[in-house]
Structure formats: structure tokens, C-alpha cells
Design a protein around this ligand. Structure first.
Ligand SMILES: C[S@@+](CC[C@H](N)C(=O)[O-])C[C@H]1O[C@@H](n2cnc3c(N)ncnc32)[C@H](O)[C@@H]1O
Length: 241
């Protein structure tokens, strides 16, 4: 009886004062969005980014087009001479670090046919193998571990790929790899692109064409495991990749 009353009361107050109540509620941050990354970044900002945050692959800054920022943003990119594996920040000086490195292997034809993409996103800076991609993210994770304070957030954008005819579920590989470094995975956002790339003439499609990417959020815990143990596990990880 008590439960029923409570339910009725909630319903009644929604009908009577609903409009006023709805206006004051914050928008929910969904786990999946359609469109461009700036939409997902709105949610990431809402939930995780405060204080001093570095975007270490800033490129065009497209990430931040829609975000309501409640933090100081520090920008850098390889194109301005700053490698994400050697950042000019002091240890434990940041509250957040966001990284969107090239997540596909470098392919000459891909970027020669997309000069605009090359100008905006530096596709030619991409590693030439899938394990090279993982190593770049791993370098970002290691540097993030140094520059983030305890409780700070590392945000990584990535996309799965087919490399050498084999499915590489990069988002799962990265979850394992970055957790081995000592971070805790705390959230995952999916971005669905409306446009699906066409199949080149004469090629047969073997796997689902990927039209989604991921934003992974990790937290640096209070205690991080000893580096020697992590190092051994990581070497095994790359051997099996
Ligand atoms: C996919 S784009 C980033 C797009 C960006 N998030 C935006 O909103 O425009 C990848 C960027 O990573 C940069 N990059 C590649 N290797 C890097 C490295 N080792 N250190 C820092 N930046 C790197 C490239 O110069 C390129 O600008």
C-alpha cells in the first residue's frame, strides 16, 4: 500500500509541476551517440573533466566545439612539436588528459586520396602496424600515469580495425593494456558515424564495415602497481599481439 502511494504521488507531481521540474534537471549523458565526436565530448566533460586538462592531440580542436568547459584546457600536438610520450608537464600536475592519436595503420593510398584529412588529422603520422598503434597508446598511458594526479582521468578515443585480414578489437586490447598499467576503466562511450565508407571496386566485403568508434575513460587510482611487474606483463601482451 505504501509503495503504491509513493508511485502515485511521484506520477501526480510530475503531471502538475512537470514542466518546472524538467527544466531544472540536467540532460543525461548517454553512452552512445550518433554524429560527431564533439557530441560525445559534451558527455565526457559533464561527467569527468574539471580543473586542469591537457588535450595532447589537439589537431583542429574539433573535439571541443560543443563542450561546456568547466576546466582549463592545455593544447598540444605533434604538429606543434610536442610528442604525447614526452609531455612538458610536471608529475601529478593534471586532472585530466585526453588523447586521440591516429587509430588506423598508416596507409599511403588512404592519405594521398584524402589530402584534407591529412591536413587536419596528420594521417601520415600514424604507425605502420597494429602493434605500433597499440604502442603509441601505451606510450600515452605511461605518460598520463606520470602527469595525472591520483583520481585524475585519462580519456582515449579509438576505433577497431581489420589488420592483415584479422579483426583487431582495439578498444578491448586498450582496456586490457591500460588497466595493466594501473588505471581503472570507468566508462565507455560509443560514437556511431552516419556515413559508411564504400567498398572499393573489385573487393569483397569479409567483415562488418566499421562505422563506430569508442571513447574510453580511465581513472588513475590512489595506488599504482610496481612498474617492474607491469613491465613484464606488458612485454607478454605485445608478444601475443
Ligand atoms: C585523429 S587526429 C586528432 C584530431 C583531434 N582530436 C581534433 O579534434 O581535431 C590525430 C592527431 O594526433 C597527432 N599525433 C600523431 N602522433 C602523435 C604523437 N606521437 N604525439 C602527439 N601527437 C601526435 C597528429 O598530428 C594528429 O593531429
Amino acid at each position: 500500500m505504501e509503495t503504491r502511494n509513493q508511485v502515485v504521488e511521484a506520477g501526480a507531481s510530475e503531471t502538475m509541476g512537470g514542466a518546472r521540474h524538467r527544466r531544472s534537471r540536467p540532460q543525461p549523458a548517454p553512452s552512445a551517440s550518433c554524429g560527431d565526436t564533439a557530441v560525445v565530448l559534451q558527455s565526457v566533460c559533464q561527467l569527468y573533466l574539471r580543473g586542469k586538462v591537457a588535450d595532447v592531440t589537439y589537431a583542429t580542436g574539433a573535439f571541443w566545439r560543443k563542450a561546456k568547459r568547466q576546466f582549463t584546457l592545455l593544447r598540444s600536438d605533434l604538429s606543434s612539436g610536442v610528442d604525447l610520450r614526452r609531455l612538458p608537464y610536471a608529475a601529478a600536475s593534471l586532472d585530466g588528459l585526453i588523447c586521440d592519436p591516429p587509430f588506423f595503420r598508416h596507409s599511403l593510398t588512404a592519405y594521398l586520396h584524402a589530402p584534407q584529412m591529412e591536413r587536419s588529422y596528420g594521417l601520415s603520422t600514424a604507425p605502420k602496424s597494429h602493434s605500433g598503434i597499440l604502442e603509441l597508446y601505451f606510450g600515452a598511458g605511461k605518460e598520463a600515469l606520470r602527469v595525472l594526479r591520483h583520481g585524475g582521468y585519462l580519456v582515449l578515443k579509438c576505433q577497431d580495425e581489420v589488420a592483415g585480414g584479422r579483426q583487431r578489437f582495439t578498444h578491448i586490447e586498450l582496456l586490457l593494456l591500460i588497466e595493466k598499467l594501473g588505471f581503472r576503466a570507468v566508462d565507455l562511450f560509443v560514437l556511431v558515424q552516419k556515413r559508411v565508407l564504400p567498398i572499393s571496386r573489385g573487393n569483397q566485403q569479409r567483415f562488418a564495415r566499421k562505422n563506430h568508434s569508442y571513447i574510453l575513460v580511465f581513472r588513475k587510482p590512489r595506488r599504482v602497481r610496481a612498474e617492474s611487474r607491469v613491465g613484464a606483463e606488458i612485454s607478454r601482451f605485445f608478444d601475443s599481439a
